[in-house]
Design a protein around this ligand. Structure first.
Ligand SMILES: C[S@@+](CC[C@H](N)C(=O)[O-])C[C@H]1O[C@@H](n2cnc3c(N)ncnc32)[C@H](O)[C@@H]1O
Length: 414
């Protein structure tokens, strides 16, 4: 973290590109290292392995880095930071890979799951889970989408500007964008650098928010004067959209358990002019709140819908983590149900693709809480993201070209 703070903005972006990119391709890069190195990768010094990963990633996936720079710079680091011998070894490996770029070996493990996991750089348990569920072909498409550099959506902050004015700003600045027809005010861009350079984030004119992340506040549909609780709110991107939809009138309580993340809600609300936001640090499973007209539970989850932007998650999540997430979501849903006033609304959302965290979780909930009922969502969202009964949405990176999000809207009847 200290090192990151010493970098300027451009260097930070580049560091992020390397970290995310290498994490997206880690198994495949390691496969190449094991094929081209005379030293066994299992016993290889971690720093040296990372130098090789960067060098190979540079050679194969970074068009902006010339091959000679990819080789020389990484060889030099190995030489000066480790030893002359390591420099020689890095040089031999990287030069051979450069020469053979067009005929690189493909993974050839006997076990099918291992082979696919190495080829697509995903953990074996996810490969198995997704292949069983979607079939191999579609699982390949999903993993391929996860390995792409992500596009970003900018959402115009309607407390400070309008979609029309913001579109004009983008046009005048010569920033290429694609405007979504799913929700108003979302503009897809391929890089954030130019928007950052113009200071639009600091001025609160726009936020980075995937279009599918906008679905949950949209279906909660809060109006001016209502009381709303955003139960797992940090860093507050959905809170800000709620404040906008409420036209800054009413009461909007943003709750989160994490002290560092909660600070970011305050910063974002201040920047975006979301004046009605009150912030409370609390464990939502324990704290009692006044009944609200509408509650958003954007639950902590495995994040398997956002593996392109959060490449690290694929290596950190495990089946045990999935079980833990499901248990916490169940507790949070219990708590949320007791915060909704009669005739009030509850939205449950995740950025997961896993049924246990999504519809199966809701089915269990509805068995315990017959006073809640699912609502249809076609008044709010395009049918292409809705289930057949129109009562839930689920996006997939390979089908919808955005992050994978799930959500439902429930009404409390009695
Ligand atoms: C998916 S993130 C929320 C993202 C946020 N809604 C947004 O759009 O910016 C889930 C959040 O739940 C919070 N959380 C986890 N357990 C919690 C609990 N028991 N009570 C309150 N917040 C909790 C985490 O700190 C995390 O910030």
């Amino acid at each position: 973290m200290d090192l990151l703070n010493k970098l300027n903005r451009q260097e930070r972006q580049q560091a992020n590109e390397y970290v995310q990119g290498i994490l997206r391709r880690k198994s495949y890069l390691d496969f190449l290292i094991s094929r081209y190195s005379s030293v066994d990768i299992a016993g290889m010094d971690a720093f040296f392995k990372n130098i090789l990963r960067i060098g190979i990633y540079d050679l194969l996936f970074m068009d902006s880095t010339p091959d000679y720079a990819a080789i020389n710079e990484n060889v030099e680091i190995a030489k000066t930071q480790i030893s002359a011998r390591s420099g020689d070894l890095a040089n031999a490996i990287l030069r051979k890979i450069q020469r053979e770029t067009n005929e690189l070996p493909t993974p050839d493990m006997e076990d099918r799951t291992d082979l696919v996991a190495t080829t697509f750089s995903h953990p074996a348990w996810l490969v198995k889970r997704w292949s069983d569920r979607f079939g191999e072909r579609e699982a390949f498409q999903l993993m391929t989408a996860n390995n792409q550099r992500p596009n970003y959506y900018l959402r115009a902050n309607c407390l400070k500007t309008s979609p029309d004015t913001f579109r004009l700003r983008l046009e005048r600045a010569g920033i290429e964008f694609e405007e979504s027809d799913w929700l108003p005010g979302y503009f897809k861009v391929s890089t954030l650098a130019e928007v950052r350079a113009r200071g639009w984030f600091e001025k609160g004119l726009c936020y980075v928010q995937d279009i599918a992340a906008g679905f949950a506040p949209t279906i909660l549909d809060p109006v001016s004067g209502e009381s709303v609780i955003d139960l797992c709110a940090a860093p507050g991107t959905k809170t800000l959209l709620l404040a906008e939809l409420m036209e800054n009138e009413g009461s909007l309580l943003a709750v989160d358990i994490n002290p560092d993340r909660i600070q970011r809600i305050a910063e974002n609300a201040e920047r975006g002019g979301a004046k009605i936001v009150k912030i409370q640090r609390a464990d939502a499973t324990e704290e009692r709140f006044k009944l609200a007209d509408a509650v958003l539970l954007d639950a902590p989850c495995t994040g398997t819908g956002v593996l392109s932007k959060r490449a690290d998650l694929r290596w950190r999540r495990t089946p045990e983590e999935l079980e833990k997430a499901v248990a916490l979501q169940e507790e949070l849903l219990d708590a949320a149900a007791n915060m909704v006033a009669k005739n009030g609304r509850l939205v449950y959302s995740t950025c997961s693709l896993e049924p246990e965290e999504n519809m199966k979780q809701i089915e269990k909930f509805l068995e315990v809480y017959p006073n809640f009922e699912l609502e249809e969502l076609d008044d709010y969202l395009p049918e292409e993201v809705l289930s057949d009964d129109l009562k839930s949405y689920q996006t997939f990176p390979h089908l919808h070209h955005c992050d994978g999000h799930f959500g439902v809207l429930m009404k409390r009847k009695f």
